[in-house]
Design a binder for this molecule. Structure first.
Ligand code: FAD
Length: 400
């Protein structure tokens, strides 16, 4: 049986970022990933300045700068009329917060996170199936028959986390009643002006929104949408969809969007799962991070960003505390209030982006909320200066 001091279960965005964070402090960890290969097909991820700072601080700044696409920022339009609602200037934001806002292809980002790591510490084809929790260690059982004894475990195994299930039983993710359509177009197949003027447009409308933006230095256009539905849709990164069904999900779309949807020849779909806001983030020798701890609807584009902040801050606490279990307690004390605030913000954005009443929506934007809600406090976070500080969360998102 293999033995290790720290096992990271899940080699996705959170798991690989955590491995880098530990590496920068000379802390050895082994990563156990279910998939036979690292990386994912198709999807993309936006990363706001504070999360870029966390990625820089875990030593992958050079790698992400080489693959990140910098959009000038999204134009938001009404889905039915095409009326311009809001422009978020990401170049100005980058100036203000001191770091860029990147759009990544996920597979590129996974490669960038894996690059600095010692490949012999990444164990592919290891799907965790069950866990025995003892006082002094945890035994991990994998589908391939392997068993690993770990003194401490970081659970980064995503929204359907097996580690979470082992700790909290039926604290399962639930279907949100929303599904996602996703498609990728080659730049040359994108109709002229459909996503003008900057190649980044968000349409918001009754019960749905859709965002289209370039990735891979402008070679590909990523289309991702969220649609309210009463049909159950499975979760998974590679469930094939029907482009006609996708088009039918956006009835009466304004001409630019209709033209863009006409160009879609292949698409995928999946159901959005989340869980109630909870303090169930781990205990004792096991710490959950990323979606395993705090899955959220993607309406603020912060799920992965929070995973990157988690990774940096967990690394700092592990370096600062002799006892990793004490580091985990401190990590939860600092992280939980901030991430709960971001989960509440994401829920509020979701309601706003799917409003039936376009006039109310427009007034809310004019009143200063914007399509991202009041999010400056999220983007203004300084991971290196604030990793050990009690977070400040605006009252409207602080709960209680
Ligand atoms: C449509 C959509 C758009 C999004 N856009 C953004 C965005 O723009 N910006 C942003 O910040 N966030 C975004 N997010 C959220 C973001 O994708 C997630 O928060 C992020 O992927 C979480 O990373 P993770 O590593 O915790 O989980 P995952 O990315 O799900 O990775 C989990 C890893 O664990 C592995 N695994 C799972 N089970 C096991 C097991 N039993 N044993 C071993 N390994 C296992 C998986 O194979 C995977 O590699 C979006 C989400 C969606 C759905």
């Amino acid at each position: 049986m293999m033995r290790c001091r720290i096992a990271i279960v899940g080699g996705g965005l959170a798991g690989l970022a955590a491995a880098n964070a530990l590496r920068t402090h000379g802390i050895k960890a082994d990563v156990f990933e279910a998939a036979a290969e690292l990386g994912e097909i198709g999807a993309s991820v936006n990363c706001s300045p504070q999360a870029v700072k966390a990625l820089n601080a875990i030593g992958v700044g050079k790698q992400i700068a080489a693959i990140g696409h910098r959009s000038p920022g999204p134009y938001t339009r009404n889905m039915l009329t095409g009326e311009f609602l809001e422009y978020t200037d990401r170049f100005e934001m980058a100036e203000r917060y001191g770091a860029p806002y990147y759009c990544f292809h996920r597979a590129d980002l996974i490669d960038a996170l894996a690059e600095p790591l010692d490949r012999s510490t990444i164990h592919l084809g290891h799907r965790l199936t069950s866990v025995d929790i003892h006082d002094d260690r945890t035994t991990l059982h994998f589908a391939n028959g392997a068993q690993v004894e770990a003194e401490y475990v970081i659970g980064a195994d995503g929204v359907k986390s097996v580690l979470r299930q082992a700790l909290y039983g039926d604290d399962n993710p639930t279907f949100t009643g929303q599904m996602v359509w996703r498609a990728l177009l080659k730049a040359e197949d994108v109709p002229t002006d459909a996503v003008g003027p900057h190649g980044h447009t968000q349409w918001v409308g009754p019960g749905r929104h859709l965002i289209a933006y370039f990735i891979r230095q402008g070679d590909l256009l990523n289309i991702v949408s969220q649609v309210d539905t009463d049909k159950w849709v499975e979760e998974g990164w590679a469930i094939k969809g029907d482009p006609d069904e996708m088009r039918r999900s956006f009835p009466n779309a304004e001409p630019r969007l209709a033209k863009l949807l006409e160009s879609v020849k292949e698409c995928s779909k999946w159901g959005l799962f989340t869980r109630p806001i909870t303090d169930n983030w781990g205990t004792g020798r096991i710490q959950l991070i990323g979606d395993a701890a705090h899955a959220m609807v993607p309406s603020a584009g912060q799920g992965a960003c929070m995973a990157f902040e988690d990774s940096y801050i967990l690394g700092r606490w592990l370096a600062a505390c002799k006892d990793p279990a004490e580091a985990f307690v401190n990590f939860r004390r600092i992280r939980i209030p901030r991430v709960h605030g971001v989960q509440r913000l994401s829920n509020a954005n979701n309601r706003f982006k799917h409003m039936d009443n376009a006039e109310v929506q427009k007034k809310a934007i004019q009143a200063g909320g914007g399509t991202h809600g009041k999010i400056n406090w999220v983007w203004a976070f300084e991971p290196e200066a604030e990793w050990d500080k009690e977070p400040v969360v605006p009252a409207i998102y602080a709960g209680g």
